[in-house]
Design a protein around this ligand. Structure first.
Ligand code: GDG
Length: 738
């Protein structure tokens, strides 16, 4: 893996839990870090970030919640050679509402698609906000210029925005460890909460998820809640972009690969092997949780035993459930259900010498875990929903012998990567039973083939690669083309433009050449843009195609030699020539349309009718009534039902409903201009629904660009109107230097 050096001074990690324990030694109290994957990843990041100016390794700062009992301990205890821990203390009642309440009782079930387990409580949301304030207070004393603040997981979704507000120049990363669900689930959250959570996350510069699906879901929520433009993997806020990307978390491959050979692991493995009477072994380990699909897994195993009596007495399922949240009633309930099912299956199939399931409700030492990973024949990992699932990756990394079969739920993030597992749906007990049978019968060569491919993948995509890729994503901020938010590759575009012989540029006006303003009469292109247009006009055919009337366009572009197209293609004026009328319809359709529109003017004070020469529009941008948008759809429906002898088009624009004859459009006029001359370079830019006609009519090699968000036929996108200005400036500069 090529390792580049990121340019951060210090690393500040923020997570709900501090990954440390305070141990009593002879010298006194000592801070000891846990050995989890995140800690290893962070350590390797710090190594890559290098030393501070006096040659010493920079310590990593870690901010996380701590038990109020630790409050009396001297601050110096919270520091060792590598880490400085910053405990966040909070009132116990606030902690309960924040952690047990909002985080574990609402976001956890909801985001794992268990809405019926979700409890919506306003006081809990208040506590969630207050807890976030406490994290901010701690961080705020800490942040220095040049730091990278990396915030983790669903307990701290509000924090990135709070940090951004307190420190506008901070560099902030955020990683989401659980699934980000489809908007239909997010929509179950009250409007104000969902908005606060989405805006909270967008305080970061880089937001990471495990899979491309979660990224898409997040982007979908951002579009629904905030309607922001999205360019490739960047969400464009008015003042800065946010990179959103998938970074599948992984494991320390070498550690798991080698630990199987440690003497203690070998001894434990031998011990288990004889205890299990050398039976074939199926293994699973999970925290007690309804997302883990433990009961369905047991039912799958039961079905397998039912259908395969020849396997009785020859296989043992070692199932470890690690205690978790068991003071909560729901968790007690699933524990009871699991234990009843285990008892029933063992009772049904077991014999004096054979227990089909060896169940324990306890946590294991690392040695025990490694012994079982390296001993088992089948790892049965069947969550109903899991952000990633590290257990399956640890199992694969442990199998230096290239043996063993992984059965993996398609609903775990890891299934997107470990395609050589036997992928099952965890609720389909027949599929689980079949996979167990297939796994137990799998020939060693096939096991080896599948294992090798999965191990190769994990060797490359280990946890260090994960943190490295995350760090490198900050190089994509603010974008490879400063000041211009687009997915168009600028350099080949500008070269093609410079080399072309016959160039045609077609622009919409409002929202494209001029910003959208409250008073339409005052909309005007900036001086920079006018200058770019004047320079471009010397070597290109420029066309402004707008819904505006003739007089407005003529006045606005008085000194620039452009083709003007008014009223959506009803009139055309070539430079230095009089206007031509392209609309041939009789005007008798207007009266019945006006009648319907007038009723809406009466209903919505502040709205008005604009009569053009060939079109009529109802404007409502100044109306405050909440339901006006919905009612504008109703108006459009009514207008479509009016019967006239002229075929009409009803257009819903930005705060306007407009009716015009359908025989001409921006598309028909774009086509007629394009067909007159053999152009070899065409650019067309617009932001409105009517511009889609233009995009559709042009040949597929034309550069069509949509400004802003929303579905489009355009091939490329520009985030904001100001990006049109920047693009035209770059194009006009190319002509000057060409
Ligand atoms: C989140 C997401 C995502 C478990 N029991 C014992 C034990 N473990 C270790 C495993 C593994 C870890 O705990 C569990 O990892 P998961 O990935 O399954 O789940 P979480 O960490 O709870 O949760 C998850 C993850 O974040 C990372 O982003 O994959 O989807 O829910 O490392 O080995 N370790 C020992 N004894 C045990 O009894 N020693």
């Amino acid at each position: 893996m090529k390792v580049s050096k990121p340019s951060f001074k210090r690393l500040l990690i923020v997570s709900y839990r501090l990954p440390f324990t305070i141990k009593q030694t002879k010298e006194g109290l000592e801070l000891v870090q846990n050995s989890g994957g995140l800690v290893s990843a962070v350590l390797s990041m710090a190594e890559r970030m290098g030393n501070n100016p006096d040659g010493q390794a920079t310590k990593i700062h870690w901010v996380g919640h701590a038990d109020p009992k630790l409050k009396s301990i001297d601050q110096s205890v919270f520091e060792n050679e590598t880490f400085v821990a910053h405990p966040v203390f909070m009132d116990e009642a606030v902690h309960k509402g924040f952690y047990e309440g909002f985080s574990n009782d609402l976001i956890w079930p909801l985001f794992h698609y268990f809405p019926s387990y979700a409890s919506f409580s306003e006081p809990n949301f208040d506590d969630y906000q207050q807890a976030s304030n406490r994290f901010l207070e701690e961080l705020d004393q800490l942040i220095e210029p040049g730091d990278l603040v990396w915030i983790h997981d669903f307990q701290l979704m509000l924090l990135p925005r709070q940090v951004r507000e307190a420190r506008p120049d901070a560099t902030i990363g955020y990683f989401f460890h659980i699934p980000f669900p489809t908007y239909e689930i997010v929509k179950l959250l009250p409007r104000t909460w969902r908005q606060a959570l989405i805006e909270g996350l967008l305080g970061a510069d880089v937001i990471g998820f495990h899979t491309a699906d979660y990224v898409q879901h997040f982007i979908q929520s951002v579009s629904e809640v905030l309607n922001l433009p999205i360019i490739g993997n960047r969400i464009v806020l008015p003042d800065r972009p946010v990179v959103v990307k998938d970074f599948p978390i992984s494991v320390d491959f070498n550690k798991f690969n080698s630990s199987g050979q440690e003497p203690a692991v070998i001894d434990t493995r031998h011990f288990y092997h004889s205890e299990l009477r050398q039976n074939k072994v199926i293994f699973s380990v999970d925290r007690l949780d309804y997302t883990k699909g433990i009961t369905s897994r047991l039912l799958g195993y039961e079905r397998f035993l039912n259908q395969n009596p020849d396997w009785h007495d020859k296989v043992t399922f070692v199932m470890t459930v690690v205690p978790s949240r068991d003071k909560i009633e729901q968790y007690q309930e699933i524990k009871r259900e699991i234990e009843e099912t285990v008892g029933r299956i063992n009772g049904l199939f077991g014999s004096i010498g054979w227990r089909p399931i060896v169940y324990s409700y306890a946590s294991m030492t690392f040695t025990e875990l490694m012994a079982l990973y390296t001993l088992c024949d089948v790892a049965l990992i069947t969550p109903i929903r899991d952000g990633m699932n590290l257990v399956c990756k640890e199992f694969v990394a442990s199998r230096q012998d290239n043996r063993g079969v992984l059965i993996l739920s398609e609903l775990a993030g890891a299934a997107q990567e470990l395609k050589d597992a036997l992928i099952i749906n965890p609720t389909d007990t027949q599929e689980v039973a079949d996979a167990i049978k297939q796994g137990l019968h799998m020939a060693p060569e096939e096991q080896e083939r599948r294992m090798q491919r999965m191990r190769h993948h994990l060797q490359n995509y280990n946890v260090f690669r994960w943190s490295h890729d995350f760090l490198m994503a900050f190089d994509e901020v603010p974008g490879s083309q400063p000041g211009l938010e687009t997915d168009l590759s600028l350099s080949p575009f500008l070269t093609a433009f410079a080399e072309a012989q016959q160039r045609l540029l077609l622009f919409d006006f409002d929202g494209t050449l001029a910003p959208i303003v409250d008073d339409p009469a005052s909309a005007r292109p900036s001086d920079t843009l006018r200058e770019s247009l004047s320079r471009l006009a010397e070597a290109t055919d420029l066309v402004v195609i707008s819904g505006r009337n003739r007089a407005f366009l003529e006045k606005t572009f008085d000194s620039i030699p452009v083709h003007l197209v008014a009223e959506h293609g009803a009139f055309l004026k070539k430079p230095g020539q009089p206007w031509e009328r392209l609309d041939l319809s009789a005007g008798d359709w207007v009266e019945p349309i006006r009648t319907v529109m007038s009723q809406f003017v009466d209903r919505f004070p502040g709205s008005f009718i604009e009569e053009k020469e060939t079109a009529i529009a109802w404007h409502y941008r100044l109306v405050e009534a909440d339901d006006v948008d919905t009612q504008s759809v109703e108006l459009a429906t009514q207008l479509r039902d009016v019967s006239t002898s002229t075929p009409l088009a009803v257009i819903q624009g930005n705060k306007v409903v407009e009716v015009k004859p359908s025989q001409h459009s921006k598309g028909t006029v774009a086509l007629s201009i394009f067909e007159q001359i053999p152009y070899d370079f065409i650019v067309s830019i617009g932001d409105d629904t009517t511009d889609e006609d233009m995009f559709r009519q042009l040949p597929n090699w034309a550069y069509t660009l949509k400004v802003g968000s929303g579905a489009s036929y355009a091939r490329y996108r520009l985030a904001r109107q100001q990006d049109v200005e920047t693009l035209l400036k770059r194009m006009s500069d190319v002509l000057v230097t060409a």
